[in-house]
Write a protein that binds this ligand. Structure first.
Ligand SMILES: Cc1ncc(C[n+]2csc(CCOP(=O)(O)OP(=O)(O)O)c2C)c(N)n1
Ligand code: SF4
Length: 271
């Protein structure tokens, strides 16, 4: 934490945002999604379209990191990546699709350079980058059992280039540049979903733009599915204040019973 401390005399020069992060940010503290609204967040504004679910997704991912001061995010080209320059964390922009190869090298280098420290590397990228054009580096990093996490922001298509079909687009779905509709079924991580559901007491599936679909898909694969709930409806991405997200989630849980288990099971399910 010493590295983040403001040197005496520099308080007046450094922007208020930086000082707030030092005084009230998540660094070195045991905070998580349930604490949103009580601390200075690492991402608070974004240039994505108003209401884009990617903003909220990245916000929740970042708030879930156990060790943000020692974490490097590796991203790649896509709508999600235009938010990264506003993220108050180390982040690397890899050539499109190459993110898991870059993360492999970075994680290994950090282990050699800082053997005494636990430096995390987390890939955060779109479905085009992770599971389509970049599938080979993704799979090979998994085959080699590289020690980092891959989070796919699956908005079911290539958005940043205007809406092409990806492997993650659902069957029959019409997107801007695939007007005849997707012909093949989307692969679904059945085994991972079943394993994550077995571990969790309650699974809340946040609903973004395509409401209800993911919760229904997960329910159809898990026999003990009474613990899986859709919602809350979180339109508005970063524009929805944290207290509203937390209040809505708690309300939903109070109505149906259970505890707060917001995004982690889904993150686990997506590998
Ligand atoms: C090497 C390379 N190939 C292709 C592109 C073009 N490109 C830019 S963004 C993008 C789509 C990104 O889609 P996805 O990963 O799903 O992210 P999203 O925009 O949906 O968040 C593509 C194909 C590029 N920038 N670089
Ligand atoms: S994913 Fe869609 S809504 Fe979000 S920033 Fe890109 S084009 Fe806009």
């Amino acid at each position: 934490m010493e590295a983040l401390r403001v040197s005496p005399g520099y308080e007046k020069i450094l922007p208020q945002e930086y000082q707030d992060l030092v005084a009230d940010g998540p660094f070195g503290r045991d905070l998580s999604v349930k604490d949103l609204g009580t601390f200075k967040e690492l991402i608070e504004e974004h240039p994505l379209c108003a209401g884009c679910g990617l903003g909220l997704s990245i916000r929740l991912v970042v708030a879930s990191l156990p060790n943000p001061e020692n974490t490097v995010i590796v991203g790649t080209t896509g709508c999600n990546s235009i938010l990264m320059p506003q993220l108050a964390m180390h982040n690397v922009h890899a050539l499109f699709g190459n993110q898991n190869a870059v993360a492999s090298g970075l994680r290994r280098a950090l282990r050699l350079r800082y053997p005494e420290k636990n430096k995390d590397v987390v890939v955060v990228a779109g479905d085009g980058g992770v599971a389509d054009i970049g599938l080979s580096p993704t799979l090979h990093s998994w085959f080699r059992q590289e020690k980092f996490t891959t989070i796919m922001l699956d908005n079911e298509g290539y958005s940043n280039t205007g809406g092409q079909e990806s492997g993650m687009t659902r069957q029959g779905m019409v997107v801007n540049m695939a007007p005849l509709g997707k012909k093949f079924a989307k692969p679904f991580p059945d085994q991972e979903v079943i394993a994550a559901a077995a571990r969790a007491r309650t699974i809340i599936v946040p609903e973004h733009n395509i409401t209800g679909w993911l919760a229904r898909e997960i329910k159809s694969r898990v026999s003990d599915n009474a613990k899986i709930f859709g919602g809350p409806r979180v339109f508005g991405g970063m524009t929805m204040p944290p207290e509203v997200i937390v209040t809505e989630t708690k309300k939903l849980l109070a109505e149906r019973g259970g505890h707060l288990g917001l995004t982690r099971p889904l993150v686990a399910a997506r590998g």
